[in-house]
Design a binder for this molecule. Structure first.
Ligand SMILES: C[S@@+](CC[C@H](N)C(=O)[O-])C[C@H]1O[C@@H](n2cnc3c(N)ncnc32)[C@H](O)[C@@H]1O
Length: 202
């Protein structure tokens, strides 16, 4: 963690960080916003902050396990003076268990860790069990938006969503509001094909 990230956390955690211990609905934190999007794995928060700035009418909750990423996102949130963003520094599995069923308007999952080696693939976030959990938490008509630059992971995502009767959707064009992050740029530099997905909860 850099000094600036540490300072951002120390000075602004009360404004941006939430530490849920009991069951909650994302709307509890944004009673005046139209809808609330939960982002899983916000990384250094470059895309998160830009998207929150683009859509001030929506609330955003970013879940990221890596503390320096939270510090970096706070720096951006302060710079943009965002009033529609909260962050949770925790493993998303623990937090999803606390979120009330059917209470999430949408999920963003951009560039989940690809775990390219065969022996590590079981660590991938998006597996059958996790998709079932998303189906439980998202509202009817709500969405899951995903992007990945790892083709094998993209095929896995397509296959598990196709066999989950709770979602309809598939590959979609890149949303113009999704900023290019350093992580995505690295993939593009290596000539990886980036795929965006949109799934709607029936
Ligand atoms: C490859 S990075 C992508 C970050 C960002 N979305 C982007 O597009 O630049 C994946 C992120 O997911 C986070 N992550 C992985 N597993 C997680 C979990 N179980 N709960 C919360 N965050 C997680 C990692 O710490 C990492 O920051």
């Amino acid at each position: 963690m850099t000094g600036a990230q540490r300072m951002a956390l120390d000075n602004f955690h009360q404004r941006f960080l939430i530490t849920p211990k009991d069951s909650f609905s994302p709307n509890n934190f944004f009673p005046e916003h139209q809808k609330v999007i939960v982002e899983i794995g916000s990384g250094m928060g470059e895309a998160t902050a830009e998207i929150a700035r683009t859509f001030p009418e929506l609330g955003f909750i970013a879940i990221e396990v890596h503390q320096p990423g939270i510090g970096a996102l706070i720096i951006k949130a302060v710079e943009y003076d965002l009033n529609n963003l909260k962050m949770i520094n925790e493993d998303c599995h623990l937090i999803l268990d606390l979120i009330e069923d059917g209470s999430v308007d949408g999920f963003h999952i951009f560039f989940p860790d690809p775990w390219p080696k065969t022996k590590h693939q079981k660590r991938r976030l998006l597996n059958e069990k996790f998709i079932d959990l998303l189906a439980k938490k998202v509202s009817s008509g709500g969405f899951v938006k995903i992007a990945t630059d790892w083709i094998e992971y993209a095929l896995q995502i397509e296959s598990i969503f196709n066999s989950n009767k709770n979602f309809i959707g598939g590959i979609t064009s890149r949303p113009e509001w999704r900023p290019l992050t350093k992580f995505e740029q690295q993939g593009i530099t290596k000539e990886h094909e980036v795929r965006d997905f949109l799934y709607i909860r029936s």
